[in-house]
Write a protein that binds this ligand. Sequence first.
Ligand code: BES
Ligand code: ZN
Length: 867
Amino acid sequence: MSQAKTIHLHDYTAPSHHIVHTDLTFEIFDEHTLVINRMQVRRMDKESGAMTLHGEGLTLLCVKVDDVKAEGQFECDAEQMVLQCDKDEFVLQVVTKIYPDENTTLEGLYRSGTILCTQNEPEGFRHITYFIDRPDNMSTFTTTIIAETSRYPILLGNGNLVETETYAEGRHMAKWEDPFAKPSYLFALVAGDLGVVSDTFTTMSNREIALNIYVDRGNENKCDHAMRSLKNAMKWDEEVYGREYDLDIYNIVAVDSFNMGAMENKGLNIFNSHYVLADEDSATDQNFMGIESVIAHEYFHNWTGNRITCRDWFQLTLKEGLTVFRDQSFSADMNDASVQRISDVKALRERQFVEDAGPTAHPIKPKSYVEINNFYTATIYEKGAEVIRMLHTFLGEEKYRKAMDLYFETFDAKAVRTEDFLWAMDQQGGFDLERFSRWYAQERTPTLKVHEHYDGVKNEYTLTLQQVIPANVKGEKQLPYYFPLAFTLLDRDGVALQWNLADKRQTLLDKGMLIVQEEEEKFTFTEVTTEPKLSINNNFSAPFKIEHDQADYGFLMQFASDGFIRYEATQKAAMNAIDMFVENGEIDTRYLVNFAAILEDESIGLEAKAFMLELPTLSVLMQEQKEIDIAPISKALNLLKHALATRYKDTMLTIYQQFHKPENSALDAQSMGERAIKNAVLSYLMVLEDEDINALCVVQYENSVTMTDRIVALDLLENYAPDLAQDRLVHFYARYKENTLVMNKYLSVLSASEREGTIDRVQALQNDPVYDVKVPNLVRALIGVFARNAVAFHAPTGHGYAFLAEKVIELDALNPQIASGLTTAFRSYDRLNPNNKALMKDALEMIMNEKEISSNVLELVQKILDV
Ligand code: BES
Ligand code: ZN
């Protein structure tokens, strides 16, 4: 077994040399690509007689220093080149040969269908040429691309197009120049035969920017939404952050084979086609929302990530946490803010809380890593965004904006650390920097225990808060947090009470929030004339788990003014009801009654209401179990759903009829809300296995014009009326088999299915002509979704585990990043019941015993098995 090495933050040293300018020429041939790389190098450390460059899997043809062959001056191993050179300034030329058609890892230069494209974050560039491939080496780049005109009519690079030429023998050239210095991870190149949709955006200083979205020919009619989202994002960043776009051109290219969602390369974003292409017939409402947020996210990186970048990869949350916060704020402004908040917190709990509770927990700023690709995690991203959100709360909009202005002013064109960001925030005051910094250094989700006491004689209400801070992965004690806590005290009718706090230092007065900082803290409110009902952590003001034994969820479901808290209360109440059933087999009738407070309340926005009606997922319920055992919670969940559907059948049918509008495909909030709510009630009703309801579902599949409606119907039929599903699955397949994005949905419906035999069908689908193990979206749709299907994956036979282990091994040989993504499904190992644990151990050992396993997968498996 190989032992990969660990990289530590405290070992950071600045590079000895700086590549000031990089002039690249790519000559694309059918079998290989020639890369001529001329670097203007400056020696930074005058003591250093050697320059180290990264390079992996390259065929080296030539090295020259100041145009003289550097014979005997350099040595290469599998990972780097060391060049002996005493000059302070020199031109280093390196010529390499690479084979993009054979590159299945999808990092560096690779082929997606007919397109050649790049993915260089975090360390892909070293697969293209020798370079100081680290983000603190910021260089300007020019890119010359030469290729066959008929096969590659479109040639794109970063920055502005400065020259084109037609050559003999059917070849042509394009030269691109990017005036902004950037790290190599932001370098991009695209060559292919592509269709394009173009538009313009006029900036706040009246510059006209050319916007282009390049897609496979035939898909040009699916770019409207992406283009609209881009223009909205550009406008929003001007209005909210005062940030204007800096180049004259903004290109986006959609490719089918992509490891991630999208990449913010300077002036040339490369996107998974999943986050670009959409029309009503092929994309769901959720897909449309996803496109809006990912387009915005990559655009926002231009300032938070590209202009100001990371000194090293330990700083990843500097750009990702901040940019997620920015894209969440944008989406909240474009749509219903409370719905956006509910959906962001839901994602945080389902992904980040799970990670934080397991063997791969890490701080948003890790101190060490083995494989940097494994650290693009929900923690760095989603928890990172929550940390920025807390700063935003402490500072308030105005001071936050000033602090951001200072950040941009001070660090533009630099590669910086999270401390630099916090320094800018701290210049505005308003929070305790030292204590707040613990959010960057500590891991695991804290719990806040809430205890209330009301003294009706003194009219005094006390709130006792206790922070339960878990030890870190190594078992070391961690310190309490400093955070803003939003709350309201309500009277019996849900009206907010005015309050008066004895000790004013404990509040953010103007925001009506508490500042919490001690392990245990008491807040005493005076002149409280009636015993209040408490609504706490409103809008999820801090990323804590709340334990509030005296909470009245029935009351909050009905009266909380904060949409998020109303959602929260429905989730907590459902979880309690599920607990009760698991413990003593009884259905919580109070919960059934309280459910009406949501279902029958016509004042709630439809989308928010659909979220509130959802029951907690198995993934969330599993987290609450001391020892994971799927069968009892899955059974309880189904019975509760059945009880609700039985009790509220008529109301649900009425809601369904009221909002089912099969002809409507509009994307406004009302139309999307109508689809969400009637699909939410349909998903209850289908549990009843009632013929008339099944018929409604079939009609919805057949008559609705939107993919949202069709895929929901197909999924419900698959799970609750499999006999009726059969024909519709055949029909769906026939209708969409040419559209790979829709085929992802087809595969996902089948691999998420909770009925018997899913694993066999998933295995068989690997041989289906639409499936291709080299396309990550398809792997995620079939295998990834299966690994998140708790019922099938955790089957007591252990077949789910063995199957996934086999797939991890197979994929690891092709694409280690995708393989390690699948491996995360094993993270529940330590908390499984003994039967499942033993079976999962076998599967994990099967992976460990493979001779050629990547550091990506190995790092995870070792952490999971704690070896
Ligand atoms: N910089 C990342 C893309 C990336 C991540 C490339 C990891 C290579 C390795 C990009 O900005 C990003 O964060 N994309 C997300 C989507 C985003 C909306 C959170 C993604 O790809 O999932
Ligand atoms: Zn990002």
